[in-house]
Design a binder for this molecule. Structure first.
Ligand SMILES: Nc1ncnc2c1ncn2[C@@H]1O[C@H](COP(=O)(O)OP(=O)(O)OP(=O)(O)O)[C@@H](O)[C@H]1O
Ligand SMILES: [Mg+2]
Length: 335
């Protein structure tokens, strides 16, 4: 069996690993190792030398922040495949870090350092608004991605089945299990009882199952797969998009539904949420109803599931969003 080298932030062993990959010159020394930003899934560090800096990202067989939780060990290689697929598409490529190198054996990426940017998760805080120019950048990037790389334009496929299975579990199954070990009252007192009504709603669960099956089917378009504020970096050179580890060929409605859900959970004005969809629709076709259904799914799972967000909504506000989501899924009819 191949032996995987587990990277650490130890300077001496890291220098020797990087030289082994020819990612450092023989006389080049590491001057600093930093944590570039908050992440959960992977081992991500910034390496600085006198000459340059770059980002090292290793995927392990578990979630970095929760080592007891298993995760597909080769996910960094799927992320690398995404970068390969966009490598000749300048307008998409320019908005993402360059892939400098891949170590397939140890599941490590060497990525261009985009600098000390912050991601857009600050949007969940009260009174934080995305301006229209930023929204344009975000929606235009994703529309271009979808238009450029799909089964009509590309022979290559990227099923990323294991990551999809993991996501499916977290989005479509886990939030609806009555006894999943998650105590919603620890997140917000009263949320457990609110959640119960959703876990017991059979018509809702039927709709969720249908959309879950659809998520697992192969679709026509290369998706980023996790297109939410945590994947948008605010840098000196404008907005950059990172972390396509959940990428796959799927339905554009899933991708955009997720984005709209996060704009709503970040309490952006309805007009801005509608504008996001409009910007997208002016560039690429989308089924509105299916998009809203996936939006509803993402709202439900983020409020009732394990992958919680730093939302500023109180219980009543969360309840209102959950009810709106249920309405979309149940009354708009999924047969
Ligand atoms: N190329 C880059 N340039 C600059 N900073 C970066 C770069 N890639 C990642 N970062 C920073 O590191 C953080 C973690 O990176 P990333 O999101 O790729 O890791 P992750 O483990 O997949 O995170 P998550 O658990 O959110 O999926 C990012 O939020 C960002 O702040
Ligand atoms: Mg990630």
């Amino acid at each position: 069996m191949k032996k995987v080298e587990q990277l650490t932030a130890d300077k001496t062993s890291l220098e020797s690993y990087l030289k082994g990959q020819a990612w450092l010159l023989l006389n080049e020394k590491i001057t600093a190792i930093e944590i570039p930003g908050a992440g959960n899934m992977n081992f991500v560090i910034r390496v600085k030398t006198r000459e340059r800096s770059f980002i090292i990202k290793q995927s392990r067989e578990y979630v970095e922040k929760y080592p007891q939780v298993a995760a597909p060990v080769e996910r960094a290689l799927r992320e690398a495949e995404f970068y390969q697929l966009i490598s000749k598409k300048e307008s998409i490529k320019n908005k993402m870090p360059k892939l400098i190198g891949v170590d397939k054996k140890n599941h490590v990426l060497n990525l261009e350092d985009l600098g000390n940017g912050v991601d857009y998760t600050f949007l969940y805080q009260k009174n934080m608004h995305l301006d229209v120019a930023e929204l344009e950048e975000i929606m235009t990037f994703v529309a271009k991605l979808h238009k450029t790389i799909n089964t009509k334009t590309n022979k290559a496929r990227l099923p990323n089945r294991e990551m999809r299975k993991l996501n499916h579990e977290h989005i479509f199954i886990y939030p609806y299990l009555s006894d999943n070990g998650l105590h919603l009252d620890d997140i917000l007192p009263g949320l457990q009882e609110v959640g119960l009504a959703f876990k017991e709603d059979m018509s809702l669960k039927h709709a969720v199952k249908k959309l879950g099956d659809r998520y697992l089917e192969d679709g026509k378009t290369l998706l980023h797969g996790d297109y939410y504020p945590g994947s948008w970096l605010k840098t000196e050179d404008g907005i950059k998009i990172i972390d396509p580890e959940f990428c796959f060929f799927g339905d554009v409605e899933f991708e955009i539904g997720v984005t709209l859900a996060h704009l709503k959970m970040a309490n952006q004005p309805d007009a801005l949420v509608e504008k996001a969809l409009k910007i997208y629709k002016d560039l690429n076709a989308i089924d509105d109803l299916l998009c809203k259904q996936f939006m509803a799914i993402e709202i439900l799972r983020r409020i009732l599931g394990l992958a919680q967000l730093p939302l500023s909504f109180d219980l009543e506000e969360r309840k209102a969003l959950l009810n709106e989501a249920r309405e979309i899924l149940v009354t708009k009819g999924i047969s």
